[in-house]
Design a protein around this ligand. Structure first.
Ligand SMILES: Nc1ncnc2c1ncn2[C@@H]1O[C@H](COP(=O)(O)OP(=O)(O)OP(=O)(O)O)[C@@H](O)[C@H]1O
Length: 249
């Protein structure tokens, strides 16, 4: 689905952020990207979207090398970036509007999805009238409506309270399975990464030369209790101690 092949990148010539980095993502995978603050997680997303380009190396998306990927991936940043002057229905319509879909046809498509996304009754409300979790669901709905199979989610739940965050994680797993999308998910929360992912990419070194790939040994329906299994606790310890040693670098 997506591959980084020996990618190097820096915002200026002297200080590289990524150095000869390679990894690949298979269709339908849920991958979390974990790394210390400033390590380059959001930079990887900017490279995937094509907002920034590698200095050397190449990035392939569905077999296309270094093509124009803007518009081929759905990017959901940390802040929900809903347009405050548009209603929820109008916000959800945005990606379809950009693709030239007629408003009435689009609204017919969006209305049943609002219900499915737990947003029934909000269509004529404005973003400021919604809770944080609801706004994130609108942003996610908008990403899904873009029709792109690769979703880039940059710490989508970091601003939510603990209980809302847990229910949003469970909701996201249901949506991911249902839609069979491929998800790259940036998080600082090791438990969140373990609960959600097939694999975790742990960014190593400064500049990042490597990702440590951690396979999460949970398949099918997972529950919170699975995080208490001995092998999951051992993985959590390993992730936390590697992150601590990276901070010390
Ligand atoms: N537009 C930019 N111009 C110059 N330097 C930048 C720019 N954007 C990011 N950087 C620098 O690149 C490095 C990587 O930033 P990036 O945002 O990718 O890190 P991150 O791992 O996502 O961090 P965080 O977890 O804090 O969000 C940081 O040192 C940052 O200061």
């Amino acid at each position: 689905m997506l591959a980084f092949n020996n990618v190097s990148f820096g915002y200026d010539e002297k200080s590289k952020i990524l150095d000869n980095l390679s990894f690949s993502v298979q269709p339908g995978e849920f991958i979390s990207i974990v790394g210390v603050s400033g390590s380059g997680k959001s930079t990887i997303f900017r490279l995937v979207t094509g907002l920034d380009r590698p200095l050397t190396g190449d990035i392939t998306l569905e077999g296309n090398k270094n093509g124009d990927r803007l518009g081929k991936v759905a990017y959901m940043p940390q802040q929900d970036l809903l347009l405050p002057w548009r209603t929820i229905l109008e916000n959800a319509y945005l990606p379809l509007e950009i693709n030239g879909v007629d408003k009435q046809i689009a609204y017919q498509q969006i209305r049943p999805l609002l219900k499915e996304f737990g947003l029934e009754g909000t269509e004529d409300k404005y973003p400021s009238e919604l809770s944080g979790g609801m706004k994130q669901r609108v942003a996610f709905l908008r990403a899904v409506l873009s029709g792109n199979p690769l979703l880039l989610l940059d710490e989508p739940f970091s601003a939510l309270d603990a209980i809302t965050k847990l229910s949003m994680q469970e909701w996201l797993l249901v949506q991911w399975k249902k839609r069979q999308s491929t998800i790259l998910f940036i998080t600082h929360d090791v438990e969140e990464a373990l609960f959600l992912s097939d694999r975790i990419f742990l960014l190593k070194n400064k500049p990042v030369t490597d990702v440590e790939e951690i396979f999460v040994p949970l398949q099918g329906k997972r529950t919170r209790n699975d995080l208490n299994r001995p092998e999951m606790l051992a993985l959590k310890d390993r992730l936390l101690s590697t992150l601590q040693s990276e901070v010390a670098l």
